[in-house]
Ligand binder design. Structure first.
Ligand code: ZN
Length: 140
């Protein structure tokens, strides 16, 4: 069982874990054929339980620098002619973990913000697939 520690003084904003016990058990899946997909919310909860204390103590700027470092490592992995290597997969996981941790530091529920922005497809044209030209290499 994962638990979250409540800091004694002036706790930073945290969306999961303060005053509650978090478990590694997922909520019931809506998918009739359950998979081993964590789901974004459960992933953020795990990252928060694992790293929130350290990452919030480091602060937003320091944690953001770690994200940038991991994005650089992902870029190097993507330059490999071989895809889906262990290294590449780990770099994707690292980048997502830092995104989740920084969102937690800011009190942002990633699953909520992703749903708010992308659940209807492209936020600009409201289509899926997107019919905008800005993802076709044209200017924003
Ligand atoms: Zn679009």
């Amino acid at each position: 069982m994962l638990t979250a520690k409540i800091p004694d003084d002036d706790p930073p904003v945290c969306i999961f874990g303060y005053g509650i016990v978090m478990t590694t058990e997922a909520e019931p899946l809506k998918n009739p054929e359950p998979t081993d997909d964590l789901g974004l919310r459960e992933f953020q909860q795990i990252i928060e339980a694992t790293y929130f204390e350290k990452d919030s103590a480091r602060g937003l700027e320091g944690s953001f620098m770690w994200l940038v470092e991991e994005v650089g490592e992902l870029a190097r992995a993507l330059n490999s002619p071989t895809s889906n290597t262990t290294e590449e997969r780990q770099e994707f996981a690292d980048v997502l973990a830092w995104i989740a941790s920084i969102a937690s530091i800011r009190g942002i529920d990633l699953a909520d913000c992703v749903r708010e922005k992308y659940s209807k497809g492209c936020p600009r044209c409201q289509k899926s697939p997107c019919i905008c030209t800005h993802r076709s290499g044209e200017e924003l």
